[in-house]
Design a protein around this ligand. Structure first.
Ligand SMILES: [Zn+2]
Length: 417
């Protein structure tokens, strides 16, 4: 498949971009090539790297607005977990498609998933053409019925990993230290190491998690504890990391583990405020995630960037913290690096390209595209999205939008009280 973008703006200059075999083959003005598909960008669409959402629970779109303005454990125990118990495979497929539709429309080409019925998320991601890491969720408290042996986890992971669509990987996703016991954490890590799969876990999200961990594990913080069981390495993703010590940041940086900063969810659930500037200063790999729609309540990485920038300023009391270019890098290439995608608008890079509408009221004055994307834009400026060389949104339209919304509505009826 070859694709030619004509008259696209790259760093303010008019050029053409040729895509071949899922890579950017050439960038030059007036490329003469008989490509299979040509998109005329009319000198008003700018090419940038799309967003990579590194922490979400996509099918929670079905619980958007279902229970809001509650304390975390009341919200989970009395509302979210009972509703989730009613979800079947068909609901997960419908909710995941709705979430992917929303992500594509806000310029996002990858999501790191932690939710139930992973085979349905794999199917949805494959059909809609996005990249995804689909987590095999693991809950294993002593005596729990969901605990699986290392051999069973290995078997489940291999079964899921057979026949994956292009751009989809399997991750192992032990939920959190308060839902997975130490021996199970060691088992999951051993399987992930053997199969060379990423690990995805919630970490240091609330003060209560940190206090409980210190009490139960010889004064260790969640980060120190996870490091002691061998779970921290380069393709480990730690979601939230709101409550870190200086030592925690050093450990995370040394191990090369990746942080998914989820500012909207952290604010909404009053989990606390991630110290963005200290994490960057310590050399941590910081990325952005939306978390699930029931604690956000949308999956827009554009919004997440603005909240991340504002939270960084508020936390540090320093308006120069959370700079737009740092935030944009976290939301795009840093997330891509976690997904092991060579992202960038340059020859040889993966053909993941977001075309942004510049003839838009939110994008003028047009002095600084990055500042406009972080502070001013919303999803309506996202014009066209190319993922892995395939056009998955063209001129704001994603295939089957109406059907996806109608199907999700049918699933929502089940949760109506
Ligand atoms: Zn989460």
């Amino acid at each position: 498949m070859s694709l030619l973008l004509k008259n696209v703006l790259l760093e303010g200059k008019n050029t053409d971009i040729l895509i071949r075999e899922r890579k950017i083959a050439r960038i030059a003005p007036a490329i003469q090539e008989n490509a299979e598909k040509v998109l005329e960008c009319g000198s008003h669409l700018a090419a940038v790297v799309p967003f990579y959402n590194t922490h979400t629970h996509t099918a929670m779109t079905l619980l958007r607005g279902y229970a809001d303005d509650l304390a975390l454990f009341t919200w989970l125990n009395e509302h979210i977990w009972p509703a989730e118990a009613k979800m079947d495979a068909q609901d997960i497929y419908a909710g995941t498609r709705l979430g992917i539709l929303e992500m594509i429309k806000s310029g996002c080409c990858f999501f790191n998933e932690m939710y139930w019925f992973p085979q349905e998320a794999i199917r949805a991601a494959g059909e809609m053409g996005v990249r995804a890491d689909i987590g095999l969720v693991h809950l294993a408290l002593p005596g729990s019925t969901t605990a699986r042996s290392a051999a069973q986890i290995r078997e489940d992971a291999l079964e899921l990993a057979a026949n994956l669509p292009q751009g989809v990987r399997i991750a192992l996703a032990p939920h959190a230290i308060y839902t997975v016991c130490e021996s199970a954490l060691r088992d999951v890590t051993a399987v992930a190491d053997e199969l060379q799969m990423p690990l995805h876990i919630h970490c240091s999200e609330t003060l209560r998690e940190v206090e409980d961990c210190r009490r139960e594990h010889n004064g260790m913080t969640p980060v120190a504890y996870l490091d002691s069981v061998g779970l921290l390495r380069e393709n480990t993703l730690l979601a939230h990391c709101v409550h870190l010590t200086d030592e925690d940041r050093k450990i995370i940086a040394r191990r090369g583990a990746v942080i998914s900063h989820c500012p909207v969810s952290n604010m909404k659930l009053c989990s606390g405020t991630f110290d963005f500037q200290s994490a960057l200063g310590a050399g941590c790999r910081v990325t952005l995630g939306t978390d699930g729609a029931s604690s956000n309540n949308n999956l827009s990485m554009v919004e997440e960037m603005k909240f991340a920038a504002l939270a960084a300023k508020l936390k540090s009391g320093d308006p120069t913290a959370g700079k737009d270019e740092d935030i944009f890098r976290c939301a795009t290439v840093n997330g891509a690096s976690y997904a092991q995608v060579n992202a960038g608008i340059a020859e040889g890079c993966a053909a993941d390209i977001l075309l942004v509408e510049l003839d838009h009221c939110r994008m003028v004055g047009d002095y600084n595209l990055t500042a406009n994307l972080v502070y001013s834009a919303d999803s309506s400026v996202m014009h066209t999205l190319i993922c892995n060389g395939r056009v998955i949104m063209e001129n704001h339209r994603v295939p089957h939008e109406e059907e996806i919304i109608a199907e999700a509505r049918r699933s929502c009826d089940k949760f109506r009280r």
